[in-house]
Design a protein around this ligand. Sequence first.
Ligand SMILES: Nc1ncnc2c1ncn2[C@@H]1O[C@H](COP(=O)(O)OP(=O)(O)O)[C@@H](O)[C@H]1O
Ligand code: SF4
Ligand SMILES: [Mg+2]
Length: 430
Amino acid sequence: MTIPAQSAGARLTKDAAPGETLLKVTGLQKHFPIRKGLLQRQVGAVRAVDGIDFEVKSGETLGVVGESGCGKSTMGRLITRLLEPTAGQVEFEGKDITHLGVGGMRPLRRDVQMIFQDPYSSLNPRHTIGTIIGAPFKLQNVTPEGGVKKEVQRLLSVVGLNPEHYNRYPHEFSGGQRQRIGIARALALNPKLVVADEPVSALDVSIQAQVVNLLDDLQQELGLTYVIIAHDLSVVRHVSDRIAVMYLGKIVELADRESLYKAPMHPYTKALMSAVPIPDPRRRNAKSERILLKGDVPSPISPPSGCRFHTRCWKATQICTTVEPPLVELKPGQQVACHHPENFEDQAPQDTVLLTAAKEAAALVADEVLAESAETSAAVAAEVETASAEAEAETDAETASAEAEAETDAEAATDAETASTEGETPSKEK
Ligand SMILES: Nc1ncnc2c1ncn2[C@@H]1O[C@H](COP(=O)(O)OP(=O)(O)O)[C@@H](O)[C@H]1O
Ligand code: SF4
Ligand SMILES: [Mg+2]
């Protein structure tokens, strides 16, 4: 498999070199207003994303994890500019894109693409997959060299589907195949950044690994940069270079993968890791390290004061209820927002008084409770390993045929917003 030609010289010159900052987010906020009454007065706001800062470097994969409702999808839609931020700044390749209009966004629509969570609702059932994957070209009135059909068929084979199935409809495909169609559509315009919002959550475990591997292979072949969103760590741990952990609209820990897995510093990260035990025999016996969070995530309409995690944190002390801990770099490459971080000097707040609620906020988990998620995690890991070995064997054959087609000039402009929005799951706007 090879790249659809990254043709225009103009585009190449503005490419961020590997390792350079591609995307930079500062103080990003999205508050969805809550309106009531005849006059639709604003009575409050859902603080879905509430001030986050991070960077994504060219060629890397940033994993974003957190429980449902903590603002991951909203973050994804903000950085792809499918949503207008309430405050903060988004820079892409050094350019402020926070408030660009339709015209200004046009080139960006090519460079930044989104893959959606639900492969069932994200493809229009009335269109053939040829039409769906070719939509980005059609919308821009651009014909790739060799024609749209040929390019779409090439994309189908790139994502491991039969190019002959060009005229079939989405319902004729399985979940995993549909997600491949979504990936092909996202790749049509040769993007630089792909934001994948829980790309495998809706799929069976065995299929999850195949799709994760496909994303991984495509990254290496096409030099893509990814932001991959997931609700637990089992998926992102295999593919991420760095991982951001979100809780109630905030990033609570941001670290490279090794550091995060070896020594998580935020109690919430530790809890997330306990819920999905790593299939590593050396860690199996670490029972005392396993923590089960009790209760639901509080409402983002009125998040807890101080540290937002204090209502569920087993280490919470008085200061946690009043002072919000800033996200600071406590170790090289590891940023944490906590007054009593794990794996650091202030291990446990012995010298301070634990809140009564804190003592009951979490419980150590019995092995049986974790058995199921451990199995899932182990199955994904095993599949990923087997599949990558198989993929390597196949690549040689694929490369030969794909290289012939790689001459094709994939330079195409499009209004990807339309293409992407076609794929969007129905908005939750109330
Ligand atoms: N369009 C919207 N209008 C109002 N509230 C929204 C909208 N989209 C998301 N939310 C709310 O914002 C919060 C974060 O949602 P979301 O970003 O979808 O979280 P996640 O993807 O982590 O599950 C949730 O409380 C959700 O109900
Ligand atoms: S120890 Fe305090 S600051 Fe740290 S996560 Fe728990 S509640 Fe938040
Ligand atoms: Mg989501």
